[in-house]
Unconditional design. Sequence first.
Length: 44
Amino acid sequence: MSLVPAIPPRGKMRFMIIAKGRVNAGVFIEFPRRLIKGAGRKSF
């Protein structure tokens, strides 16, 4: 099990859990895509 976290300036933690395997390039790219969908405004 692996966890990819992000903490924005306002402190609301977002994360993605990978049940099997580990974080690779595909997982790493998918995580910001999910963050952008739920952002409601531009993300950098």
